[in-house]
Design a protein around this ligand. Structure first.
Ligand code: ADP
Ligand code: MG
Length: 310
């Protein structure tokens, strides 16, 4: 790439809110054949909302007091220590219901899984099934089905996931205490961007730590057919490497702290400018306004610039 054409290309990008860090990034972007999108905060707004609280076990309705409020208060207290977007949704949900948060001891976060801590003298866990259930040692359900969550709880989780919502389980002292559901809406522009990418001959993939059912529902809404779900944060860059074995020119679009290694591993990393600094640093291209349409601008501009050079 000649310095002049690179300058013109990157200059034009900057005017359009697409920061292309150097000529190599421009060149790599022009060769993208597969583009991988993170889900939360990239395809979705990343501002999830608590949409359902189902108290279970000792907290199941009928106990007189507002059992749902009691368990949500414990869960939200715990999540107030976490920095995860799902945690913020649970905390906002509790505040909206007028619940006051309590202090937390012995807080622990397990990336890609959930959090644990002691609230009001009781050990509380919140997170995905794989994280919360093993605590129950064989009798995982409120009703005691072995090794699995009770049928109706499982149905409730599946139902939420099929709608593209993320189901979370809460346990108190090792017993399932509530099913929470968190909804994060798809960015309006996502389906259009995916369609245009496919028209450009680019394969589009979703990569997420969220469960497969939720991921597939959100992907379907966006028009994405290939989904890699349930990927632990430290495995996202390995997932990119695996795609690089199969396809030349693998790009990654992401926003979160979990995405930084994947952005770095990809042939071109595109960071949402609204994301956190680590991602912005790891990206070769930064979409300044966090607008997903910037992906199209970046690819079209890079193709045009590189075509000009040759
Ligand atoms: P993503 O790839 O969508 O950004 P993460 O890898 O950060 O997702 O998290 C994967 C899953 O781990 C979440 O969908 C959730 O089930 C669980 N999880 C992680 N942290 C938390 C938390 N603080 N509270 C509840 N669940 C959590
Ligand atoms: Mg994310």
């Amino acid at each position: 790439a000649t310095p002049t054409s690179v300058m013109v290309g990157t200059g034009r990008g900057a005017q359009l809110g697409v920061l292309i860090k150097n000529g190599a990034a421009l060149e790599a972007a022009s060769k993208v054949k597969t583009l991988v999108f993170d889900k939360t905060g990239t395809l979705t707004h990343g501002k999830p909302e608590l949409v359902a609280v189902v108290p279970l076990g000792e907290f199941a309705p009928g106990g007189g007091e507002d059992a749902g409020g009691v368990v949500l208060r414990m869960a939200a207290s715990l999540e107030s220590v976490s920095e995860h977007p799902l945690a913020a949704a649970v905390v906002r949900g509790a505040r909206e219901r007028g619940l006051e948060l309590m202090p937390v001891r012995d807080f622990e976060a397990v990336p890609g899984k959930g959090v644990q801590g002691v609230v009001d003298g009781r050990t509380v866990r919140i997170g995905n099934e794989a994280f919360v259930l093993p605590q129950e040692e064989g009798t995982l359900s409120a009703q005691g089905a072995e090794g699995r969550v009770a049928g109706d709880v499982r149905d409730g989780m599946d139902e939420q996931a099929n709608m593209g919502r993320t189901p979370l389980l809460v346990s108190v002292d090792g017993k399932v205490a509530a099913l929470l559901s968190v909804a994060d809406t798809l960015k309006q522009e996502a389906p259009g961007v995916v369609r245009r990418l496919k028209d450009m001959g680019i394969a589009v993939v979703m990569l997420t730590g969220d469960n497969a059912r939720t991921a597939r529902a959100v992907a379907a809404e966006a028009g994405i057919d290939e989904v890699i779900a349930g990927v632990m944060p430290d495995q996202k860059d390995a997932a990119i490497a695996a795609l690089q074995e199969k396809s030349a020119g693998v790009g990654m679009v992401g926003d979160g702290i979990n995405d930084a290694p994947a952005l770095a591993r990809a042939d071109v990393g595109i960071a949402m400018g609204t994301g956190i600094d680590v991602a912005v640093e790891a990206g070769d291209i930064v979409l300044m306004k966090g607008a997903l349409g910037g992906v199209l601008t970046a690819l079209a501009l890079s193709r045009a610039t590189v075509a000009n050079i040759r």
